[in-house]
Design a protein around this ligand. Structure first.
Ligand code: ATP
Length: 482
């Protein structure tokens, strides 16, 4: 049985063994912080993506989606502040040559202090760090690390370099190399999807005849050259974001910020995850664009960590694009008869982090031992709507016409939801395999099926089994996943 401390490792192994997530290009020993989703991981990820998309567009009156390109004009990133400001302070240990993000190094030490019962000292350390971060005081941060004698996990020494800034954007060459001499063909892989929304603000507003307040949503890949990237899909160099920018009348941003904090928390709770596993974390050091910001944190097996950010961005982005592009980014408000640059509330959630959250919540090791027999199972208790496979169809034997019945049930259900058909191995083994993949319903076809058109349905979480008519199967599954 995995303890809380090695649960994270157990989930990583489970993901690999059952076709959820593999290290990228594994046959070449992988690529740090890059992962591939396998046959069931990609289904899970797609279901989460669709669930978010539907809640944020289809079920809203005034939010539409777009799909902007990953490459954007390089000036975008000058205007957004990413060229100058998208940095993380980092520090290198001179003996081990290992590089750390300063906040991670200090936070890691504070966790250790807490674990040793020194909660007050840990809180003081975090407060001091946040004050120095807000003042961009890098010398002060180094002094703090030295004062607390925070050492490198590899060398064990406190022999640190100065704190330096490290830009997280990946750059590449665009088009023919002929123009590379003047350096104007450098483009970036977008570090966030938000800017694709801002540069299209007027296109969408005008063609969609959108009236403020309204939102634009987008799901897509983002790339960050993370300094420390060794937490599975929690921190990747290539990942996917699900972002929504909500444009509001200046002066109303406070109430919309609160509205989206609450609405997004409700979405999280709708995943069936209990309230105690979430918390809000208000930012002390605000990003260069932010007026107010908070994170929704989830209690991963590695502790409470950010899954989603909610940011009140003011008119920073649109104003910057107006200045750099020399195109007006204004909106005419017919209610107030005024032209203005709208303010923005952003909700930004990492898709991969959400996959990690859903997996962490779902992963359970159950002891099923009886006095007669030792037994256990690993089960992924996904909400049915997110499960990669909804229904497993399992004929008890490979003969006597049972597979034919199974195939016909498969034909009837597969256009509605993802089904899986299997006739190999003992039924108990097949159930365990479906538990490990998180399949909420299994049906077994046996000889009685031929007589009365009923099957046994087995529920993943309770392992309860009951007899139902074949013509009830579709409805039962659909009721659970809708
Ligand atoms: P962190 O502090 O963890 O680096 P961030 O505050 O830089 O995250 P944002 O820029 O607010 O993150 O991005 C929005 C969301 O995108 C985050 O809440 C997270 O879910 C996701 N995200 C950001 N960076 C990564 C990454 N390297 N790998 C996976 N997801 C990420």
């Amino acid at each position: 049985m995995a303890t809380e401390t090695n649960k994270f490792q157990a989930i990583i192994s489970h993901c690999k063994e059952y076709g959820f997530i593999f290290p990228s290009s594994e046959i070449y020993d992988g690529l740090a912080a890059v992962y591939d989703y396998g046959q069931w991981g990609s289904e899970l990820k797609k279901n989460i993506r669709e669930y978010w998309w539907k809640s944020m567009t289809q079920l809203q009156d005034n939010i539409v989606g777009i799909d902007a390109a990953i490459f954007m004009h390089p000036t975008t990133w000058k205007a957004s502040g990413h060229v100058d400001n998208f940095n993380d302070p980092m520090i290198d240990n001179k003996d081990s040559k290992k590089r750390y993000r300063v906040d991670h190094l200090i936070e890691g030490y504070a966790e250790k202090l807490k674990a040793d019962g020194n909660t007050q000292k840990a809180d003081e350390l975090i407060a001091a760090m946040e004050a120095l971060q807000s003042a961009d005081d890098f010398a002060g941060l180094k002094k703090l690390i030295e004062e607390y004698k925070i050492s490198c996990a590899v060398s064990g020494t406190c022999n640190w370099t100065d704190v330096r800034q490290f830009n997280l954007m990946f750059a590449t060459e665009f088009g023919s190399t002929a123009s590379s001499e003047d350096g104007d063909n450098k483009v970036y892989l977008r570090p966030e999807t938000a800017q694709g929304i801002f540069v299209n603000f007027l296109n969408v507003q005008k063609t969609g005849r959108m009236k403020i307040p309204f939102g634009i949503a987008q799901v897509g890949k983002a790339f960050r050259n993370e300094i420390v990237a060794r937490q599975f899909i929690f921190r990747m160099r290539e990942f996917e974001q699900m972002e929504m920018q909500f444009f509001v009348r200046p002066g109303t941003e406070g109430e919309w910020y609160e509205y989206w904090k609450e609405t997004r928390m409700k979405w999280h709770l709708s995943l069936g995850i209990p309230k105690e596993h979430y918390r809000f974390h208000d930012h002390v050091k605000l990003a260069h664009y932010a007026k107010a910001a908070c994170d929704i944190e989830y209690e991963f097996p590695i502790g409470f960590k950010e899954v989603e950010g909610i940011h009140s961005r003011g008119d920073f982005d649109l104003s910057q694009h107006q200045q750099y592009s020399k195109k007006k980014m204004q909106y005419f408000d017919s209610e107030t008869n005024q032209n203005y640059i709208p303010y923005v509330i952003e909700t930004s959630i990492g898709l991969d982090r959400t996959v990690m959250m859903v997996l962490s919540e779902a992963y359970v090791e159950e002891d099923l031992s009886t006095p007669e027999k030792q037994d256990s199972r690993v089960v992924l208790k996904f909400p049915a709507k997110l499960a990669p496979i909804k229904l497993a169809i399992l004929p008890l034997t490979k003969k006597d016409g049972l597979p034919e019945i199974g195939r016909s049930i498969m034909e009837e259900c597969r256009s509605r939801f993802r089904c899986f058909y299997e006739e190999k191995d003992a039924i108990g083994k097949r159930y365990r395999r479906m538990d490990a993949l998180g399949t909420p319903f299994c049906i077994t076809i046996d000889h009685q099926t031929k007589e009365d058109n009923t099957v046994t349905i087995r529920y993943r979480d309770s392992m309860k089994q009951e007899r139902i008519a074949i013509n009830q199967i579709r409805e039962i599954v659909e009721n659970h996943i809708s």
